[in-house]
Design a protein around this ligand. Structure first.
Ligand code: PRP
Ligand code: URA
Length: 214
């Protein structure tokens, strides 16, 4: 993992991650392979992103003796997916941490204004007590992630990390400007946005690549 000096930006630095990113970036990769590779990569990203999870002591008995072990604190963390592309990451995150609750925030980026539009929200109870791992493959302008974090903050959530596949410098600046306390975990830091706010070199429209639409 590469980290910036503030430890608020973490970039995955692993040969398998680089290999899988090249599959995802390749325009020739079909949707079924894109989905499978995204799921594999999400496991690699989940490991460092879950480092923040809180633990609580628990008394257990092994076959030989009793001991104090560590378990996830209650209530369980919540993986929040920004629909729809976020589900591609959330699946892998919840496979590796099945105890986590799952929440969904439906946001799409208006093609003309490039501003996020909210259309759906479904979150578990006791959000103010949960740690949240917010996932979305793409951090472009940062508008969608910023709006999602504001929604969570309004529910009293104070412990949030954001995980994505590809981040643009513009999105990182916007998100860190609005929410400097939220660490960003990304598999790749790309060069810039184009004039339609797509990430370059990027991987195209993540939702369309996952679901074969567009
Ligand atoms: C994509 C992506 C992010 C957003 C990033 O979603 O999954 O949510 O764009 O852009 P931003 O940082 O400029 O806000 P999109 O709006 O294409 O919706 P989809 O997931 O339903 O395809
Ligand atoms: N959303 C995407 O899916 N891809 C981009 O490059 C930017 C926003």
């Amino acid at each position: 993992m590469l980290r910036d000096s503030s430890h608020k930006l973490h970039i995955l630095d692993h040969p398998l991650a680089a290999h899988k990113m090249s599959i995802l970036r390749d325009a020739q990769t079909p949707s079924h392979r894109f989905r499978r590779t995204l799921n594999e990569l999400s496991w690699l990203l989940a490991f460092p992103a879950f480092e923040m999870l809180r633990l609580a002591p628990v008394e257990i008995t092994t076959p030989l003796e009793t001991m104090t072990a560590q378990t996830l604190s209650d209530p369980a963390p919540c993986i929040v997916s920004i629909l729809r592309a976020g589900n591609g990451l959330a699946d892998g995150f919840s496979q590796i941490c099945p105890e986590a609750s799952l929440g969904h925030l439906g946001l799409y980026r208006d093609h003309d204004t490039l501003q996020p539009v909210s259309y759906y929200s479904s979150l578990p109870d006791r959000m103010d007590k949960r740690q949240v791992i917010l996932v979305d493959p793409m951090l472009a302008t940062g508008g969608s992630a910023t709006m999602a974090i504001e929604t969570l903050r309004n529910m009293g959530v104070d412990d949030i990390v954001f995980a994505c596949l590809v981040a643009a410098p513009e999105g990182i600046s916007a998100l860190h400007g609005a929410h400097p306390e939220v660490p960003i975990f990304t598999a790749a830091l790309d060069r810039e946005l184009n004039d339609q706010a797509y990430i370059l070199p990027g991987l195209g429209d993540a939702g369309d690549r996952i679901y074969g639409t567009g």
